[in-house]
Design a protein around this ligand. Structure first.
Ligand code: ATP
Ligand code: MG
Length: 160
């Protein structure tokens, strides 16, 4: 269905605000208020993608950390970036975090709770949308997860 990604992200952030506040993590959302971010996709599934990414950015952050969600658009794609300034991911683990049940540093991850399924689901959902998840991370500095979805084109009668 057709929906505005900005509204969806606002809903996800609202849902996760309490979880963030408990850890004194600030979530900031950047987007151009004069724009719309319409896309056509499975809304519930894209909600889960954003929920997983933002919830990881909170969970693997340090107390008092920051999460930035950046929504941008060009002619054909909307891009969503979720940045945290948490612990980061070691380079040797980066390519494996999208595997089911894979968790970096088992003991530390275990205290945080979770199953190691979140990112596998994210990857699967985005692939079903002909999209993919990208990650870059610096150990001790933080991580950036990003993905894109197509811009819903307005119908142009001049085409005919
Ligand atoms: P679940 O999402 O199923 O509750 P999970 O968060 O452990 O559990 P994933 O979301 O798949 O599972 O993430 C896999 C692993 O990747 C995590 O255990 C964690 O080690 C690492 N990871 C994910 N996101 C981040 C992040 N933003 N910063 C640092 N490490 C991360
Ligand atoms: Mg997770």
């Amino acid at each position: 269905e057709k929906f505005d990604l900005k509204d969806l992200i606002l809903e996800v952030i609202e849902e996760l605000e309490q979880k963030a506040a408990k850890r004194d993590v600030l979530i900031r959302f950047f987007y151009d208020k004069s724009k719309t971010f319409l896309t056509t996709a499975d809304k519930d599934k894209i909600f889960r993608v954003c929920q997983n990414l933002i919830s990881n950015a909170i969970k693997y952050n340090h107390d008092g950390g920051e999460v930035e969600v950046i929504l941008q658009t060009n002619k054909s794609q909307h891009s969503v970036e979720v940045k945290d300034n948490g612990q980061g991911i070691p380079p040797e683990d980066l390519k494996r975090i999208f595997e089911r049940f894979y968790r970096v540093e088992k003991s530390r991850s275990r205290e945080k709770g979770g199953t190691g399924l979140g990112l596998a689901i994210v990857k699967h959902i985005l692939e079903a949308h002909q999209s993919k998840i990208a990650v870059s991370s610096t150990l001790g500095k933080g991580s950036i997860f990003s993905f894109s979805l197509p811009v819903e084109k307005k119908k142009e009668s001049s085409d005919k």
